[in-house]
Write a protein that binds this ligand. Sequence first.
Ligand code: GDD
Ligand code: MG
Length: 328
Amino acid sequence: MQAIVLVGGKGTRLRPLTDSVPKPALTLVDRPFLAYMVEWLGTHGVTEAVLACGFLPDQLREALGEGEHEGVKLTYVTEPDRRGTAGAIRFAAEALGERLDDRFLAVNGDVLTDLDLTALLRAHEERAARATIGLYAVEDSSHYGLVACDTAGAVLDFREKTGEAVPGAVNAGAYVLEREVLDLIPAGRQFSIEREVFPELVGAGLCALPLSGYWMDIGIPERYLQATWDILEGRVETEVRPTAPGLFFGPGCAIAESARIGPRAVISRGCTVEAEAAVAGSVLLADCSVGAGASVSESILGTGAVVEPGARVDGATVAAHERVVAER
Ligand code: GDD
Ligand code: MG
């Protein structure tokens, strides 16, 4: 089974972390975010992940490397210009040419999840659908694609980002597609699967299946942090080994004995936390330093960020290599 993974978005809502690192390459606990996705795909029989890149493709390649990851072959394709979610699928499909299977998966590259793709594939096959969308129930559907379907699973309505904070079943960003659906996508230009393809397929072979398990779009700082604690507290199945529940210390980090760490913290490789400093509810990406008596709470520090002695960082996202000074 092949899966096209959409990883070309700019990740603007995670700026400044995503100024120089594309969202899927951002480290989440101990590995690039994309590694979780490929591991998840692999557990559902995916043998080739086609990474549909746009923004900063080289950093993506560096993050996961060439060849394969955990038994899943990695193929990178890069769009020459912005294609949108459907345009990117079409571009990747064309790049594969005859190698593309008649039925394949397409997934958004920014969700941390353990949803049952095997069940999604089975439902698609049983209903002889043209496209099947995995659904996830949320309390606030305003930022997602809201999907209504009948009891047999046929989609009645697909509405992208209604802006209304109502509970509902939303598009989880995981699809099974028949190759012929590509004919609905014009070649060589920007096209949206949510706004232009799915509405067209309503009543014409579009199905959906509610899935249960863990699902989190990591696209904003609050959810990136929540996903971190969910991994470290075992609410989602991953291969990460926490140092203690809610805590992860990377190799080669130096933490002073009098520093207060936690509840909840990731201190990545090469970080330094000096005497009497406090770090809680926060992620320090690699090579950060937190000076003596400084405090960092509910924040994300980009790679190599420096918090000077006595400085406070609260509820912030600090850019890579930025220096936070103490207020006088
Ligand atoms: N290759 C490529 N090219 N990838 C793209 C492009 C593009 O032009 N545009 C977006 N992507 C990728 C993003 O990197 C991301 O992984 C995925 O497509 C979805 O884009 P987002 O920008 O993150 O969309 P969203 O989160 O606002 O909404 C989407 O995801 C929700 C679930 O998380 C929609 O699919 C919603 O319907 C869905 O509910
Ligand atoms: Mg998203």
